[in-house]
Ligand binder design. Structure first.
Ligand SMILES: C[S@@+](CC[C@H](N)C(=O)[O-])C[C@H]1O[C@@H](n2cnc3c(N)ncnc32)[C@H](O)[C@@H]1O
Length: 236
């Protein structure tokens, strides 16, 4: 199902919010400055710790899809030989590059996505892919599915991915807001309930179907049917 966000493309909507409140666009809980970046280190530490217990080494290239300001990309670069962050907001990418320069992180690059293609990432080049707080904000099912396929293209055969989705069951309130939000003039309603920050729920069987049909084996799931449903995947 394809949906737009009013008259704007989702890329334009992210550009607008990145220009005025980039940290809020990434974490709406108010963390700023060093606390903002510390949160990324903790998250990467947790995710990679879980994966390391399964015997996976952190060699080669890590890809951070929907990297925003590089909150997760920079910690990935300290664990892998190289990291690349991909995002469709040029402003987010500029801020991520500035942060990398500030902290002296030289083994990281950032690349623009078209929204569902990563032209600067070669096929079968990444050993690991991560995505957190990204798929949940995509209004279009087609975009979710296309980006899953694109991640599969970028991974080496046998490469791992850890991807997060919001798979909470839809409540009546969610269903009503879903119908209302697209009819509201832009600017009305709570900011975190409107695109692009709004979170779209998708049922876990649907996500699993897209993952498997895109060429992933599902190795493990964490926090199933919650807003932080994590899928550990292997490219088959
Ligand atoms: C909430 S932020 C999360 C940033 C980062 N993953 C983190 O946790 O720090 C969402 C990011 O995803 C990006 N994004 C959303 N949809 C995208 C798409 N279709 N292609 C590439 N980037 C996308 C936005 O531009 C934004 O930078």
């Amino acid at each position: 199902m394809r949906r737009d966000v009013g008259r704007r493309s989702t890329g334009d909507a992210w550009e607008e919010v990145a220009a005025v409140a980039p940290e809020f666009a990434v974490l709406t809980d108010g963390r700023r400055g060093e606390a903002f970046y510390d949160s990324g280190r903790e998250t990467v530490h947790q995710i990679l710790g879980d994966i390391a217990r399964r015997g996976f080494s952190t060699r080669g290239l890590a890809l951070d899809f929907g990297c925003g300001m590089g909150r997760l990309t920079l910690p990935l670069a300290t664990r892998f030989e190289r990291a690349i962050g991909v995002d469709h907001s040029p402003t987010m990418l500029r801020l991520a590059r500035e942060r990398a320069r500030l902290v002296g992180c030289a083994n990281v690059t950032f690349a623009l996505s078209s929204g569902d293609r990563f032209p600067d990432v070669a096929s079968a080049s990444a050993d690991f892919a991560l995505s957190l707080l990204v798929f949940q904000h995509m209004p279009s099912d087609d975009a979710v599915h296309a980006n899953i396929r694109e991640l599969q293209r970028c991974l080496v055969p046998g490469g791992l991915a850890w991807l997060q989705f919001d798979t909470r069951p839809s409540s009546l309130a969610y269903w009503l807001w879903d119908r209302l939000e697209r009819r509201l003039p832009s600017g009305l309603g709570p900011r975190t309930r409107r695109a692009p920050l709004r979170r779209y729920r998708r049922a876990s069987p649907l996500i699993r179907e897209w993952l498997v049909s895109s060429g992933f084996d599902v190795l493990r799931q964490s926090n199933p049917d919650t807003e932080l449903h994590g899928y550990l995947l292997r490219r088959s």
